[in-house]
Design a binder for this molecule. Sequence first.
Ligand code: ZN
Length: 135
Amino acid sequence: MIKKIDHVGIAVNSVSSVKTMFKTLFHLEPAFEEVVEDQKVKVVGFRLGDTNLEFLEPTGPDSPIAKYLKKRGEGIHHLALGVDNIEETLERFQQNNLRLIDETPRQGAEGKLIAFVHPKSLFGILLELSQEKPE
Ligand code: ZN
């Protein structure tokens, strides 16, 4: 059911400085760049093998990432696991009394279906479940 680490989400003040740094250090351009309205973030993703590094910049003061940056500063925000059936995974988590932030999946970057699980349930890790967009 868990296929891979889909991505690691990193909260930053500015994705453009990340792009500059990746270009200088690794000669790497982003694989995608988009605004996810639902989460009020600008996402810049770098493909590293089968996993992405996703840098998240808030698009407004009410973005969850803006709140995170204010409280903790820049850094690793969440870990995303790729699963093949997100609905089924959420159901199993619920049956095992894990605290879900999203009880039903919503839209993430790259057209994926995503849902967050509360860090209190998982050793302090903010976990994102992610299912690829159906072909
Ligand atoms: Zn994510």
